[in-house]
Design a protein around this ligand. Structure first.
Ligand SMILES: Cc1cc2nc3c(=O)[nH]c(=O)nc-3n(C[C@H](O)[C@H](O)[C@H](O)COP(=O)(O)O)c2cc1C
Length: 150
């Protein structure tokens, strides 16, 4: 454990949440572009990595980074009027990052994710209804999608 701490320099945590967009249809693409640009600027500077998935008016974001940076980001997200109804899952320490190459990977609606949610008896994209274990599986699916992107 001591070796791991020193070899990595600091402990890495993961934080996931879901929220609903407040953007109109017309504004959505512009807002998404701005969100990703802001996200990548901050995340590169603070060594935060992760993925943002968007489907059916709902965001699911998975973030990895140092605890203090994730808390700063959480505060920013809570103040951001471009989304609402934020529901965070528990912050947990991780050994290895899943999106180490991505300051913020963006994934739009995928049939594989819809099928996974159906298998969890969740109709539509409602990650807030998932257990922590199911959220972990959702993130692994997003990793799979990223690995198999053309
Ligand atoms: C769905 C969603 C995801 C976001 N993801 C990030 C992110 O990963 N990193 C980030 O810095 N900002 C992200 N933002 C933007 C922040 O909420 C915030 O607007 C931005 O960091 C600028 O904050 P500031 O005005 O306090 O500097 C996201 C916003 C939304 C709506």
């Amino acid at each position: 454990m001591v070796f791991l701490f020193f070899s990595r320099g600091y402990l890495v945590f993961k934080l996931s949440y879901t929220s609903k967009t407040t953007s109109s249809k017309e504004q959505l693409l512009i807002d998404l572009r701005n969100i990703l640009s802001e996200a990548r600027n901050f995340n590169v500077l603070h060594d935060v990595t992760g993925v943002l998935y968007f489907a059916d008016g709902t965001f699911f974001q998975y973030l990895e980074g140092e605890k203090d940076d994730l808390f700063i980001l959480k505060e920013k997200l809570e103040k951001d009027l471009r989304h609402t109804e934020l529901q965070f899952f528990e912050m947990q320490e991780i050994e290895v990052r899943k999106f180490s190459d991505w300051a913020m990977k963006y994934v739009s609606k995928q049939s594989m994710i819809q099928q996974y949610l159906l298998s969890c008896n969740v109709l539509g994209f409602h990650p807030e209804q998932l257990s922590q274990q199911q959220v972990n599986e959702l993130v692994d699916l997003l990793v799979f999608i990223e690995d198999h992107a053309a």
